[in-house]
Design a binder for this molecule. Structure first.
Ligand SMILES: Cc1ncc(COP(=O)(O)O)c(C=O)c1O
Length: 504
């Protein structure tokens, strides 16, 4: 069943390749090009770039691609991955009238771009009931941070800035909720789960006070569990004078079915790369769409795109606005891709996609339930899970000594992308959270489960084979602890040269 082996190249990094003077394209004299650039803007020294011929560059990236599984194979990575990224959207994003515009050029020349930014704002208003969206944040965590700073600005304007210094979240909400609240200067209160698997309403009641600035919570959470008491949560926080923020990263199973505003929330965020067809790329290449009520809108970081009788324009006269989250309007190409996706799907398509994501997950759940070594988190919760379910390999570990990290490594030997486990802390032991709705077809879902079943059989018959995996990959397992050790990694060439004395 494996039928797969990654090629292995001893590929240097690109800055260690080529030789001085080698070029992809030769131009007629550098000085002609230099003459077009004002002298004050010319570099004093040449940039330290690798010098390679075109075939060397092609070959290098071909080798790198061959050594990875890529995203076009069978991948049920789970929360956070890209879903379907339509090539047609990429083609539009590459058009010069899209890719070569600049937000500071005259607004009359940006009408098309501003039109679809405004268009996506209107679409998301319909889906959420909010009164205004911005697309400045560079991902979901950035959108959560936007909420924290909007809350701060709102409370200050209300004369409660110093007093309301606490943000409440729950242990099964994404870690970016407490992290961004803390970054914005709030004290964080994290609620634990009750025996029944839901966050504790009693704990909420005991911690809300006149210090509560906001609740920041995800629902359904990253275990696929929808909190049936969510309205009560919002009511209690509002009664105490706080704001409520809905982390809608896990929107796929409920899109078109519920509205954050109708549930009482003051603000919410969607990730364009999780739900709306834009490619993943956290904190920068991606976009977290942040939406809020009219009451919070004055505090949104500008500029906002507004429409009047003359067309679209920027509204940057915003004296109460929280500071900027990132430059200009954020990653506008991503906004365009999401706009194209929503327009192509239409309201009916969005409803259907939502139903399919829940159906696919529950189909997968039914098959996983028949595999030995697995248990479903919170088995007593009878309500169907939404678009994902957190499973556990704790029985497998107990019975065979093979843990979830071993299975994750071994499944890549079948040509299948490593699956996602769980955010920290691991509330469920040996967790994994595949998301069937990310798959192209039922056949692919079945193929994924068949591969998992094969690895589980190996764990019972030949545990060492699984524990020493991967065997068919270009590289073996990386030591995750190295990421905590600055001596073991470098994020830029300059740092690599400085820390490790590497050339380039
Ligand atoms: C529930 C939830 N909220 C927020 C985030 C953060 O999103 P991003 O990775 O785009 O910053 C994620 C992604 O992991 C998530 O699952």
């Amino acid at each position: 069943m494996t039928g797969y082996h990654a090629p292995r190249w001893n590929e240097p990094i690109i800055t260690e390749m080529g030789s001085p003077g080698r070029r992809g394209l030769m131009f007629d004299g550098d000085s002609a090009a230099d003459a077009l650039v004002p002298a004050a803007l010319l570099r004093k020294a040449k940039p330290c770039l690798p010098e390679l011929s075109e075939p060397e560059v092609f070959r290098h990236y071909l080798h790198l691609a061959q050594m990875t599984l890529g995203m076009q194979g069978v991948s049920l990575f789970g929360t956070c991955t890209m879903k379907y990224n339509a090539p047609v959207s990429e083609a539009i994003a590459w058009r010069p009238d899209m890719a070569e515009t600049h937000p500071a050029q005259p607004v009359e020349t940006l009408q098309g771009t501003l039109g679809f930014i405004h268009g996506l704002d209107m679409m998301l208003r319909q889906l959420s009931g909010m009164d205004r969206f911005i697309f400045q944040p560079g991902g979901g965590a950035d959108a959560a941070y936007t909420h924290a700073v909007v809350t701060r600005a709102f409370m200050e304007a209300r004369g409660e800035g110093g007093r309301r210094d606490e943000i409440i979240t729950s242990i099964q909400s994404h870690p970016c909720n407490p992290a961004t609240a803390a970054t914005a200067g709030f004290k964080v209160i994290t609620l634990t789960l009750e025996e029944n698997g839901y966050p504790s309403l009693d704990q909420l009641k005991s911690v809300v006070s006149d210090r509560t600035a906001a609740l920041m919570i995800g629902n359904p959470d990253d275990m696929g569990i929808y909190n049936p008491e969510i309205r009560e949560w919002v009511r209690i926080v509002h009664e105490a004078g706080g704001l409520c923020f809905y982390d809608h990263a896990n929107f796929n199973g409920v899109m078109g079915k519920l509205s954050a505003r109708e549930l009482g929330f003051d603000a919410c965020m969607y990730m364009l790369h999780k739900t709306f067809g834009a490619p993943k790329g956290g904190n920068g290449p991606s976009v977290g769409a942040y939406g809020c009520s009219a009451e919070l809108a004055p505090f949104l970081p500008g500029p906002l795109v507004v429409q009047d009788a003359d067309g679209f324009r920027f509204d940057d006269a915003r004296p109460e606005a929280a500071g900027k989250i990132r430059e200009y309007l954020g990653n506008v190409q991503q906004v365009m891709k999401a706009y194209a996706w929503v327009a192509a799907m239409g309201a009916d398509g969005i409803h259907e996609a939502s139903d399919l994501s829940v159906l696919a997950n529950n189909y997968m759940d039914a098959r996983l339930a028949k595999l030995r070594g697995l248990s479903r988190s919170h088995p007593h919760i009878e309500a169907p899970r939404m678009e994902m379910t957190r499973w556990s390999m704790e029985p497998l570990l107990r019975e065979t000594g093979v843990g979830v990290l071993d299975v994750q490594a071994r499944i890549t030997d079948y040509g299948i992308d490593a699956f996602w486990l769980s955010h920290e802390p691991w509330i469920v032991p040996e967790p994994f959270t595949p998301e069937a709705g990310e798959m192209w077809s039922k056949e692919d879902i079945d193929r994924w489960i068949d591969a998992l079943a094969a690895v589980i059989d190996e764990a019972y018959t030949d545990p060492d084979l699984v524990k020493s995996a991967p065997h068919n990959q270009a590289i073996h397992r990386l030591n995750g602890n190295d990421l905590n050790n600055p001596d073991r990694f470098a994020t830029t060439m300059r740092r690599l040269r400085k820390t490790h004395g590497r050339m380039g």
